[in-house]
Structure formats: C-alpha cells, structure tokens
Design a protein around this ligand. Structure first.
Ligand code: ADP
Length: 170
C-alpha cells in the first residue's frame, strides 16, 4: 500500500502575544495534521501591540522550547492576504481554530461558513484547550500586563519578559 497523503493544516491567528492557550492548541493540532503552519496575521485592524516580525519571532521562540509530536513538522509564516488564498498557496487542506467560550462561537461559525463558501474543499477543525488554558486570551493578558499584574500564569517566561519590556517603554 502506498503511504497516506501528508495532511497540511494552517492555524491562523494574531498571536499578540502567543499565550499558553495558543500553545495548547498548537500541541493538539500536531496530533491532527502531519505538517502545521502557524500563520501569523498582519491584522492591522486589531492594532496589535507587537509588530508582525515580533509576533512571528515570539511564536518561533515558543515552538523552539516546546515538546511537539514526533514526526510532525511545524513552521511559522506571516500572511497578509485572504486566509483561503494563503491556505491554497501553501497546499493545506485544513484550517485549525481554537474555541474557548460560547462567545467565540458566533464569530468562528461565521468565519468557517464564509471560508467554506469561498473554498468548498476546505475544512475548519475546532480544537479546545485544556481546562487551565481555556479561558486565556491575548487581550486580557495585555490588559493585565499593562496594569502591572503577573502574566506568567498565562504566557511563557519569555513572552512575559517581552510584555514587561513593552510596557516599560510606554
Ligand atoms: P484571531 O485574531 O484570529 O482571533 P488570536 O491570536 O486571538 O487570533 O486567536 C487565534 C486562534 O486561537 C483563535 O481560533 C482563538 O479562538 C484561538 N485561541 C486563542 N486563545 C485560546 C485559548 N485559550 N483556548 C482555545 N483557543 C484559543
């Protein structure tokens, strides 16, 4: 029998900054696909705290210090075009997204539905983080960090240091 087709998945997000929730989803995603592309969106509309290059570098540093599924390759890429176009360009067949609370559902449902209309052969797969990581959001991490709270419950030590540095500069 010939070997099974390699499945490439794209996990898109803003990663401003990457949190333990994102890393939890990345770990799970590597159990679903053979090759994972973590796609970091420019997302100018969200006015990110960190530049695109900084966010790509932070995700890469997180990956370098994580233990991931053996045999699965993971790469980090920036993108600024339509997600379905990016996914087609890299030859992926699956989009991976994380689901937290019910509040994520409507947005994710609409996005998955519209992407599926634009690109019918594409599937979106939703993953849930473990209990302790489920509620973490980059938005609240930034708010807590800005107000001097301890963000190390939610992000790695290296991301916490980047946040401290950024807020010191403000
Ligand atoms: P976006 O701007 O595309 O929502 P984010 O970086 O905020 O980018 O999130 C990327 C993806 O990761 C989204 O699908 C989001 O729901 C998911 N995600 C973020 N944090 C968590 C978490 N703590 N648990 C599960 N999924 C998460």
């Amino acid at each position: 029998m010939s070997s099974a087709k390699q499945r490439t998945g794209v996990y898109p997000g803003t990663f401003d900054p990457p949190t333990n929730g994102h890393m939890d989803i990345i770990t799970r995603a590597t159990r679903v696909v053979d090759h994972l592309i973590v796609a970091v969106a420019v997302n100018a509309g969200k006015e990110p705290l960190f530049t695109l290059d900084e966010r790509v570098a932070m995700v890469e540093a997180e990956l370098a210090s994580s233990k991931l599924q053996a045999g699965v390759t993971v790469e980090v890429r920036p993108f600024d075009n339509l997600l379905v176009e990016f996914v087609a360009d890299v030859g992926a067949s699956v989009i991976l997204r994380g689901l937290r609370a019910v509040s994520d559902f409507e947005y994710e449902f609409q996005m998955a539905g519209m992407n599926s209309r634009l690109s019918p052969e594409l599937e979106t797969v939703f993953l849930m983080a473990s209990d302790k990581n489920q509620f973490i959001s980059s938005r609240f991490v930034k708010e807590i960090g800005r107000l001097g709270g301890d963000v190390r419950h939610f992000v790695s030590a290296q991301v916490a240091a980047r946040l401290d540095q950024r807020f010191d500069d403000e």
